[in-house]
Design a protein around this ligand. Sequence first.
Ligand code: VGL
Ligand code: ZN
Length: 199
Amino acid sequence: MKKALLLIDIQNDFLPTGALPVKDGDEVISVANQEMENFDFVIATQDWHPKNHESFASMHEGKNSGDIIDLYGLTQILWPNHCIQNSEGASLSSKLNLDKIDIVVQKGTDSTVDSYSGFFDNGRKKETKLNSILKDSGVEELFIMGLATDYCVKFTVLDALSLDYKVNLIQDGCRGVELNQGDIENALNEMKKAGANLI
Ligand code: VGL
Ligand code: ZN
């Protein structure tokens, strides 16, 4: 079965000194660099927001990061400004072995809808090029890791399963936001229940 490694959002803004820091997020970098040696096909996703993205608390008067709003019919957690297109914060970490990454798939470019999954926006209205790239390359099995366990990793894993990929989650290559205590554990359970193989 042809396999690919999927590195989720290992971008400066999700690292400990970034705008939306994931605790110990930098620890996934060495795991990624090791894992890449085992794959001949590596894809990285990149959260890539316009500066007026409506997932930003700054776009909503009187709202703060962590607040929850209704955004055109979808429940939206508001975040600090992060991963703004072409900013340093949006760049993949320079500590990654970037030479081993074959393709970068960007997401979250529509200012009106968030996009946690590497495959679809949160309303599942539009898709990125990820599924067609994988299908065109004959990939059937995915190994997924990155940031953040309870958001972009989780939704990418669930969508991959719904698209009938065999999915392995590289657990020590993931770190989570844990906005509420238990979020990471719940995300792991949800992925497992949906059919992901936790390795
Ligand atoms: C992410 C929140 C907002 C992630 C992206 O990569 O998990 N989380 N945008
Ligand atoms: Zn984002």
